[in-house]
Design a protein around this ligand. Structure first.
Ligand SMILES: C[S@@+](CC[C@H](N)C(=O)[O-])C[C@H]1O[C@@H](n2cnc3c(N)ncnc32)[C@H](O)[C@@H]1O
Length: 282
């Protein structure tokens, strides 16, 4: 675990003050922009996976870009809990009808069998031990309750035309830096196996795409533009020349009227079984 300010806990490989250039304010904007791009489609998928109400836990809610959207989308009687290990970040998620819970996903202060649906969105890629978090999710879910994990996979990030193979090294260094911090940008492909290994049933994978057919190309800037790489220069992971290369290619891309981009997200979901299996034995 790292700290973004003295004494401030940050989850695994995620440090909100050093995820994008511009610090915490820019990161809040990036998460908001990311939710604006794809959450409508994600919500359609989540509803198909059983998200409907009862008690819903958004684990790793961060500053609440998705919490606010869930609150608006779910029936009024839904008990919506937004949990995060970073209390300072989570405070931004405060709002009517949302219970905030500062907690490590691997040690939740919630009773057994108390939650109907758990969403983890872009959280497990930052967690050094995803299995421990999923075991805890299984404990708090009611039998028949559902978990959905939405993630990236760096090798399946999407597609772009034109594309710039000369940036492959930059992206590989970004993934390696996250791995060095205990995270995994290729976790998307592991999600179904992680869920099965945690004892869940009915594991399914639902990919979703976000393209600049539906959004202006500039709406992708917080995710694909050079600002996202700036902290890696400050850490010595990327050189200034590599940042300049990435900035040049992004500027070429965004000023090309025929440029096309598709970002791919992966949502894996599963059902909590009736018994806890081996974990139940004293
Ligand atoms: C990339 S942010 C995603 C925030 C939010 N889910 C969204 O999609 O906008 C990852 C979040 O996971 C949280 N996190 C990381 N490790 C955690 C853990 N072990 N327990 C709870 N939250 C954790 C971080 O503090 C951060 O808020």
């Amino acid at each position: 675990m790292t700290t973004s300010a003295p004494g401030r806990p940050v989850g695994g490989s995620y440090d909100p003050a050093r995820t994008t250039g511009g610090g915490l304010t820019a990161e809040l904007d990036r998460l908001e922009a990311q939710a604006a791009l794809s959450f409508p489609e994600e919500l359609r998928i989540l509803r198909g996976l059983g998200l409907e109400g009862g008690t819903v836990l958004e684990l790793g809610a961060g500053p609440g870009a998705v919490t606010r959207r869930l609150r608006a989308a779910l029936p009024a009687g839904t008990a919506l809990i937004a949990a995060d290990i970073d209390g300072e970040l989570l405070a931004h998620a405060a709002g009517p009808g949302v219970t905030l819970l500062v907690a490590d996903g691997a040690d939740l202060p919630l009773p057994d069998d108390s939650v109907d649906f758990v969403l983890l969105r872009y959280v497990l890629q930052h967690v050094p031990d995803p299995a421990a978090v999923l075991a805890e999710v299984r404990r708090v879910l009611k039998p028949g309750g559902r978990v959905a994990c939405t993630e990236v996979d760096s090798a399946l990030w999407g597609a772009a035309e034109p594309s710039y193979p000369e940036l492959a090294g930059v992206h590989a260094k970004m993934a390696a830096a996250q791995r060095a911090d205990g995270g995994d940008r290729s976790i998307g492909r592991r999600l179904p196996r992680l869920l099965r290994a945690a004892g869940f049933d009915d594991v399914v994978l639902r990919p979703f795409a976000t393209t600049n057919d539906d959004h202006p190309t500039d709406a992708f800037a917080p995710q694909l533009g050079p600002q996202r790489l700036e902290p890696l220069v400050a850490r010595g992971v990327l050189s200034l020349a590599e940042l300049a290369l990435a900035a040049d290619r992004w500027n070429r891309f965004r000023s090309d009227p025929d440029a096309w981009v598709m970002l791919l997200g992966l949502t894996a979901a599963a059902t909590a079984p009736a018994g806890r299996g081996p974990q139940e034995t004293p």
